[in-house]
Design a protein around this ligand. Structure first.
Ligand code: ADP
Ligand code: DP6
Ligand code: CO
Length: 357
């Protein structure tokens, strides 16, 4: 992780964090409050020049209370997940003070914070805004209070997927066994430099807020879907091993096939949820067909799709095939037919977090 440390006299810190896209999906909690998952997951962190959250935290003796603004609108600071992150960061800061760290700013602990966070991409549309958002919140607060070290366990308590955005490259979230969640942490599998030819395209089918948020969607799935239980217990453990090996070998076909199958199984568990949840739309289904036709045409697996809890497609593809694939997408989805909504970002996965100087 690349950390540049800088804080001006008025105690204002600004940081950015990228989104991450899971190739083995997290869906379902065994503990709602601590955000402990029913299975491990694995993701790729995007380059933060593409889809990112930028968060500024200010502290001042004159602030009367903690406050937060999201995309320019004030939100409720008492949201339990924001409170968990604030509490855990302040707890670490207090511990550092009681350990007698001489470099520690004694005054800042009693100060209230004002938090301002902006996403440069659609919020709550299935593009992992909660992941970038809470990773950035925790990282920025840590910078303000002078905390270093393992922070994914705190980010996890903001949004499960956020723990994986604390690292760049290929990252796993190990589900852990303990009831207190101390072993439910993110860990880098391979750094961002590992597979430089790998590209990620984001196809935006809809920038609207999803009708059912991830948190409540997965709650209903845990309560009603026996397919989800089977997936968590009997499918994902093997896939975590296979996916890790595919990434380590840079075996694109194996990586791509597992990615597509896991996305499909996740959406199958949504259909198996009662009442069923539909995150994919017509355009998503057309993208799925397009990828399979494209692969069949070339007689090898050259592209993979994955969809989070929303209709927007994320495509994994090797650099040398990007132009021909983009051409195929433009042929099937001419700009005029979709209101120019498709965007093509070509990010390389990269280092996770940094402070803006
Ligand atoms: P997504 O697919 O975008 O992750 P979720 O349903 O998981 O959608 O989460 C969306 C919620 O995450 C938002 O309603 C908001 O509460 C929270 N969130 C998104 N961006 C931020 C941010 N920058 N800072 C804090 N919270 C955020
Ligand atoms: C489909 O992390 O957004 O994107 O933990 O309740 O905040 P909460 O949910 P969230 O769920 C992400 C679900 C997913 C798959 C994934 O990112 O692994
Ligand atoms: Co989310």
């Amino acid at each position: 992780m690349l950390i540049h440390s800088h804080m001006d006299k008025s105690n204002i810190v600004t940081c950015t964090a990228p989104v991450n896209i899971a190739v083995i999906k997290y869906w379902g909690k065994r503990n709602e409050e601590l955000i402990l998952p029913i299975n491990s997951s694995l993701s790729v962190t995007l380059h933060q020049d593409q889809l990112k959250t930028t968060t500024t935290v200010a502290t001042s003796r004159s602030f009367q209370e903690d406050r937060i603004w999201l995309n320019g609108k004030e939100e409720d600071i008492n949201h339990p997940r924001i409170q968990s992150c604030l509490r855990e960061i302040r707890r670490l800061a207090r511990k550092r003070r009681s350990d007698g760290d001489p470099g520690f700013d004694l005054t800042s602990l009693s100060h209230k914070v004002h938090i301002c966070s902006v996403n440069n991409f659609p919020t709550a549309a299935g593009l992992a805004s909660s992941a970038a958002g809470f990773a950035c919140l925790v990282y920025t607060l840590a910078q303000v209070f002078g905390i270093e070290g393992e922070l994914s366990g705190i980010a996890r308590q903001g949004s499960g997927s956020a723990c994986r955005s604390m690292y760049g490259g290929f990252v796993q979230w190990i589900m852990g066994q303990k009831d207190d969640g101390k072993d439910s942490l993110a860990q880098q599998v391979e750094p961002e430099t590992h597979w430089p030819e790998l590209r990620i395209l984001v196809l935006v089918a809809s920038a609207e807020r999803k009708p059912i948020g991830s948190t409540s969607g997965m709650q209903t799935s845990v309560q009603t879907s026996c397919l989800l239980k089977h997936r968590a217990e009997s499918v994902v453990p093997g896939r975590m091993v296979e996916m890790t090996e595919a990434v380590q070998r840079k075996d694109f076909a194996a990586f791509a096939e597992l990615t597509m199958k896991d996305s499909n199984q996740f959406h199958a568990t949504c259909l198996d949820t009662y009442p069923p949840i539909f995150y994919l739309n017509n355009v998503s289904q057309q993208v799925i067909s397009l990828v399979h036709r494209y692969n069949r045409h070339h007689g090898e697996t050259r592209a993979a799709y994955t969809f989070d809890a929303g209709p927007n497609a994320v495509i994994f593809i090797l650099q040398q095939h990007v132009p021909e694939f983009v051409q195929a997408v433009q042929h099937f989805f001419p700009p005029e037919s979709n209101g120019g909504q498709f965007i093509k970002g070509l990010p390389v996965n990269h280092a996770a977090l940094s402070e803006e100087l």
